[in-house]
Design a protein around this ligand. Structure first.
Ligand SMILES: NC(=O)c1ccc[n+]([C@@H]2O[C@H](COP(=O)([O-])OP(=O)(O)OC[C@H]3O[C@@H](n4cnc5c(N)ncnc54)[C@H](O)[C@@H]3O)[C@@H](O)[C@H]2O)c1
Length: 415
């Protein structure tokens, strides 16, 4: 069968994806209880998503900042949930008998410590991206996940944006043949305000390419299907937060970058970031042996400007050759990060039910951070970085069993 014959009509596939999400809402039987640690911007987005899907109860919330805790409790009630218990201690929340799963939505630099506080519970964990701010901590968490008695899913929900769900499934069906080149970009406004402004400092965020761009390196790695071997990046601080100070410290966060990645299987990839744009624009182009695919997303932080997504798959006679609008229906598109957060929770419920799913694993999160970290190192040093050499010089070995994403192992990507 040719790739064209196996291609699903893209609109039908989008409809199917949306229907599957809708049918996962409000399941019969007892709903699992979630405990959420960190109820800032993202913790509250998760509250809204979980309650919109009606797939779980929010049993308890924990935050070290009383105002965030108050806002979290109010968000649960406003979104139709019962008033949750308020905790100031993460371990106490994790050990609550009614909590079946734990969502960690605290700032990046706290992820390892919060995981350590709750791990004795052995309950399923959803951990926000990036899993850590350092290679050491990311490897520690990926290794811990290997012996953890329950699933740990990472918050890489960009994979579930409509255009990327369609792109990834078309690639899995081999519609482009063998992937050779990947090109990704993100244009967006500056980082938003955060509690104690942790995202303005590399020490707390891991640096812009780790903090923000791990989503894109996750996509890039997944599409390439092999480990990165060489990385070159150029970028820095051009416009944003150049004189921003918080508690006597000056921000050191980058706002633009161009990154080139060579993969072990010969795939070449590039990523462009610009964080001083008025509006959001994302694009992905994948070039394969049978043709090319182009996706775009236009979005906005400004109210009243909904997102628009599209995909073109230009292989002979493909149904999406001329391009297809793949924006989710409005109720879904409003469900956090243009609907992708809802799909991420659909995967997390699958994790709890032991059903097959493509939730982001710790191994995938680890390699997204390795790629991003190498790009930051290249940017600092102004030269190409050899991934294996740097990892060896840091005495880190992320090539062991279970630390490489399963899909790469299936592609025999391991050296
Ligand atoms: N997946 C995505 O697209 C996405 C988007 C935004 C943020 N995030 C991630 O979500 C996490 C939280 O980001 P945010 O935007 O909500 O930040 P935020 O600053 O708005 O909220 C973080 C909250 O965590 C609380 N907190 C800090 N340390 C804590 C601790 N040890 N125990 C309990 N609470 C603690 C803070 O008081 C604050 O209320 C980060 O890892 C961030 O990278 C992911």
């Amino acid at each position: 069968m040719t790739p064209t014959e196996t291609a699903t009509a893209t609109k039908d596939e989008l409809t199917h994806i949306v229907e599957a999400l809708r049918s996962s809402m409000s399941p019969n039987g007892k709903k699992p209880g979630y405990g959420i640690i960190g109820t800032g911007m993202m913790g509250r987005e998760h509250i809204r998503a979980v309650l919109q899907l009606d797939q779980a109860e929010i049993i308890g919330l924990c935050d070290s900042h009383p105002k965030s805790l108050e806002l979290g409790v109010a968000e649960v009630v406003r979104s139709g949930g019962k008033t949750p218990k308020a905790y100031s201690d993460a371990a106490a929340l994790a050990n609550d008998m009614d909590v079946d799963a734990i969502l960690i939505c605290t700032p990046n630099f706290t992820h390892r410590a919060v995981f350590d506080e709750v791990k004795a519970s052995g309950k399923p964990i959803f951990l926000e991206k990036p899993m850590a701010t350092t290679l050491d901590d990311a490897l520690y968490l990926a290794e811990e996940a290997l012996s953890y008695p329950a699933p740990i899913q990472l918050g890489m929900q960009y994979r579930y944006k409509s255009q990327y769900q369609l792109a990834l499934s078309a690639l899995e069906r081999g519609e482009l043949g063998s992937v050779k080149m990947i090109s990704l970009c993100e244009y967006r406004p500056p980082f938003l305000p955060k509690v104690r402004e942790w995202n303005k400092f590399s020490e707390y965020s891991g640096g812009t390419l780790v903090e923000k761009c791990c989503h894109y390196f996750d996509l890039m790695n997944r599409i390439a299907g092999a480990p990165p071997v060489r990385v070159f990046a150029s970028g820095g601080r051009a416009v944003n937060f150049t004189d921003f100070e918080y508690q006597g410290k000056t921000s050191d966060i980058d706002d633009h970058a161009l990154v080139v990645v060579d993969y072990e299987n010969g795939v070449k990839a590039q990523f462009a970031l610009n964080m001083f744009s008025e509006e959001l624009f994302e694009a992905l182009t994948v070039g394969g042996s049978e043709g090319a695919m182009h996706t775009e997303e236009h979005a906005s932080f400004k109210p009243g400007r909904p997102s628009r997504s599209s995909i073109k798959i230009q292989t002979p006679d493909h149904p999406a050759y001329e391009g297809v609008d793949c924006t989710f229906p409005e109720d879904i598109e409003l469900g956090g990060h243009y609907g992708s957060t809802l799909f991420e929770h659909q995967r997390f419920r699958d994790q709890l039910a032991g059903a097959k799913n493509d939730g982001a694993t710790c191994a995938e999160g680890l390699w997204a951070i390795i790629t991003a970290w190498m790009a930051q190192a290249s940017m600092r040093q102004g030269k190409v970085v050899d991934v294996k050499e740097v990892l060896a010089s840091e005495t880190l070995n992320p090539y062991g069993d279970g630390l490489l994403p399963n899909a790469w192992m299936a592609n025999d990507a391991r050296l």
